[in-house]
Design a protein around this ligand. Sequence first.
Ligand code: NAD
Length: 483
Amino acid sequence: MSDSTLDVQATGLDEAALLARIQAPEGEGREIPDAATREIIGRAPVDGVAALDDAIARAKAAQPAWEALGHDERSALLLKAADAIDANAEGLARLLSREQGKPLGGPNARFELGACGAWLRTAATTPLEPEVIVDDGQVHAELHYRAVGVVGAIGPWNWPLMIAIWQIAPSLRMGNTVVVKPSEFTPLSVLALLSVMNDVLPPDVLIGISGDREVGARLASHPDIDKVMFTGSTATGRRIIEASAGNLARLTLELGGNDAGIVLPGTDPQAIAQDLFWGAFINTGQTCAALKRLYVHDSIYDEVVDALAGVAEQMPMGNGLDEGNVLGPLQNRQQFDIVSRLVDDARAHGGRVVTGGAPASELGELFYPITLVADVADGMAIVDEEQFGPALPIIRYSDVEDAIASANRLDVGLGASVWGDQDAARAVAARIQAGTVWINSHGGVHPMIPFGGVKGSGYGLEFGVEGLKSVAVPQVVSGPGRR
Ligand code: NAD
């Protein structure tokens, strides 16, 4: 690392300087639009399979020395990488805001950069000691966690930086090297993040490959990939499982969800409205573990719908670079079309649109307002399919047994939430099929609390000690007992 790099990091690179580092030469690559204005931000390199093969070969060659550094040195370097991210956070947040669409303020772009630092530091400093399994005088057996080798990290477009860090941080910490394949919708901000981290990391331990879906497929099936960390749709997750039959790569799969929330009778609608809102609409609803179908007891149904509408009407939506906005556009046309279709279908089948319900074209091409759809039922597309956007179906129930059955009836189980009296809510939570059940909140994650799905939402855990183990291979060292 040169002295000039240090100077630049102290002041932080702005968006243009970050772009200059990573974008494809003039006339090459693919143009990436600003999600809000649709103006071209820059050109992402489009790497092919040959570049990917080269990246994996370099990562494989770099891995033994990286592992041999030991935990303390790797941790120190990862803490420096976290400092480098912090120093460049504003430039990265602006690039992220433009490419992904999420505003700078609110629980959005700056918040995402803050989470990158927090997860990286936690992964760098969380101890993972060998476990003594048997020590009976005859046998002394220990369970150690060794590096897996080369990790392939494949991510989505909704929280592209935070999810990349979720995959990268524990992998590097455990002595693996990593090849990252960002979503083709949000490559620039991820490549910029890697570039900043690579100012302080040794060569080839962290390599970004900006390619299309075929490059993702090749990464998952490559014979020299030992572990795949994947976050994305259930459909792609299935393909990655198939690919792993060839290379026997270990998998962590964070897939789609359709999280239910259940509001119990006796709950004060005003007291929960704000948290319900952000549970459903953080990142304008484009969040894996967002509240995607809300079941409300008949006795307070109208009050909860009104309270949510009241919160929704106060939340400014618009260009993410305008301070004050807390909601942005859909990231891409495909997702915009899914949301529009599901709302239109709900209306056609008798759903009552309480607020929103038609594109907010005055804000730009991909803006869709916060939409609450009441008087809907299980079986309607807006309830059964993942909307991944700013539309929430609100379903009335009168027997909590029915609400639990509804929550469990789909083939996904990422998160869920129960709202109301703590004890009653915990009793309901125990019966819900989901990787996480939140009580009186929805979607909050913590770098030490394991996170992962069940059923079609995938398998494997991220974060905390469990997350470190998931990017390691267990090795038993067993010998004669020590007296
Ligand atoms: P996607 O599955 O379309 O794409 C994800 C990534 O996989 C992209 O980088 C893509 O290029 C790559 N890819 C495509 N085909 C591939 C293949 N055959 N092999 C390997 N890689 C391939 O998902 P998306 O649309 O970017 O993301 C939205 C989905 O992700 C939603 O369903 C959402 O619920 C889910 N998600 C889940 C979590 C979680 O933690 N569980 C978090 C965020 C998003």
